[in-house]
Design a protein around this ligand. Structure first.
Ligand code: BGC
Length: 275
């Protein structure tokens, strides 16, 4: 009798951004999406209650009951949000990991969104097998950063908040700044170049990986970028956050750490909304 093939490992990845929440089931053997990506606009205000409803909907819509990885746009330490630049400030101090675990009834692993995208690019994308210092930047509503040294992540680097010309760098060089200010691609690229040169000065990486929504149309702006460090576009494009979060959630499930993430949420108002 022929041995039956083990099922392909899968996890649901959800990427929570300042403007959209995207989710898909990820094939962990290939690092590709196994289902069509589902996108919902980020609710306004983006409070824990409102976002939790979308997370619940994502899981239900996919008929999912396994590990869930959530990429969240904040510093995440021990599952708890410690900042909130582009989401409602009430997230600060919220145990995001426990909240999403409770509302989905699945083992959820939460991490910073740029860190998640970086994990995907290092394991299965543009930075696969690249030694040395790799810096991935996500250019979207804000600027996220993920720093790797020989493939090892230094979490929560938040380099989008470096001060540049007296302001937070992401307010000038994120993709949202181009749209908000109606800048040409060339003008925006000159701002991005300024920011990358600053990074080269304070933290010279061996490789920049540029991701986020603008990674879908690099021909519009990449030709204007001139920096010393090699620059590549995130090969998983805007799906990197979904894929990386799913990869880490799967790792946790395999390592049996999910019991730790299944802590109950005590009296969180977002719970009551779902009952
Ligand atoms: C947040 C980061 C996040 C990035 C991209 C920044 O404003 O501080 O935590 O990774 O936006 O979403």
């Amino acid at each position: 009798m022929a041995a039956s093939k083990a099922p392909t490992p899968r996890a649901l990845g959800i990427d929570i951004g300042g403007t959209g929440i995207k989710g898909a089931v990820v094939d962990l053997d290939t690092g590709q999406l196994a289902t069509e990506r589902y996108r919902v606009p980020t609710p306004v205000p983006s409070t824990p209650q409102n976002v939790s409803k979308v997370i619940h909907e994502m899981v239900t819509r996919h008929g999912w009951s396994g590990p869930v990885g959530a990429a969240f746009p904040a510093v995440i330490r021990g599952g708890v949000a410690r900042s909130a630049a582009n989401v409602d400030p009430s997230w600060i101090g919220t145990d995001v990991d426990a909240l999403f675990t409770e509302v989905t009834n699945c083992p959820v692993t939460v991490m910073n969104d740029a860190d998640a995208a970086g994990v995907a690019e290092v394991r299965a994308g543009a930075a696969k097998d690249v030694p040395g210092v790799v810096l991935l930047l996500t250019l979207g509503t804000g600027i996220g950063s993920a720093l790797f040294i020989d493939g090892h992540l230094v979490p929560n680097t938040e380099l989008g908040h470096l001060e540049l010309q007296g302001v937070d760098a992401e307010t000038r060089a994120a993709a949202s700044a181009r749209e908000r200010e109606g800048l040409s691609w060339k003008h925006w690229a000159s701002r991005l170049q300024h920011y990358l040169k600053h990074l080269e000065h304070v933290l010279p990486p061996d490789l920049f990986v540029l991701g986020g929504g603008v990674s879908k149309t690099p021909d519009k702006w990449l030709p204007y970028l001139h920096v010393e460090t090699p620059v590549v576009i995130a090969s998983l494009r805007n799906n990197a956050g979904i894929v990386g979060a799913a990869m880490v959630a799967h790792d946790e499930a395999v390592a049996g750490n999910s019991a730790q993430t299944l802590r109950p949420v005590r009296n969180h108002p977002a719970r009551a909304e779902l009952d």
